[in-house]
Ligand binder design. Sequence first.
Ligand code: IMP
Ligand code: MG
Length: 178
Amino acid sequence: MNDPRIGRILVGADELQARIAALGKEITADYADDPPLLVAVLKGAFMFMADLAKAIDLPVEVDFMAVSSYGAATRSSGVVRIVKDLDLDLGGRHVLIVEDIIDSGLTLQYLRKNLLARSPASVEVCALLVKDGLQKVDPALKYEGFRIPPDFVVGYGLDAAERYRNLPFIAEFLPDAV
Ligand code: IMP
Ligand code: MG
């Protein structure tokens, strides 16, 4: 895509796939006795969920939930609203939240609390990206893909005003470029 607002590539497509394969292996080993229920947070995590699920060699189940915290702005409000809830019951299940990116960590804090209230056996988190030094709360991630600088990024599921989700890599977003 020849778009001046797409800046430096921070994580290339091959690098993404290699790391996701490794995460899949780790998860496969850790959950061998109890296949997890993968819960992805829409929309940002849709692509990561698809690739991660394929990299896990266990009979997992998947479910989706949508929360809204940003609107079209690029800063976290800390206010999270469930736009689409899960279809499956979490009672007694080992839940693995699949998140695209941890910025302030507020969205994840809310989600974890919300899911823990549904009597799961466990709730852990696999986040593809973690922004360096920005977390207001300890995100306590069991699995983490990449640490990136605290810039706004797009691609591989992540958007700026709903665009760029289909880029196969993670790039800096330059809002002021013409
Ligand atoms: P947090 O609550 O501040 O951790 O924000 C988490 C959510 O904000 C993520 O799940 C994303 O949907 C969105 N978000 C945070 N940083 C970025 C970014 O750099 N690009 C696109 N979306 C982002
Ligand atoms: Mg998200």
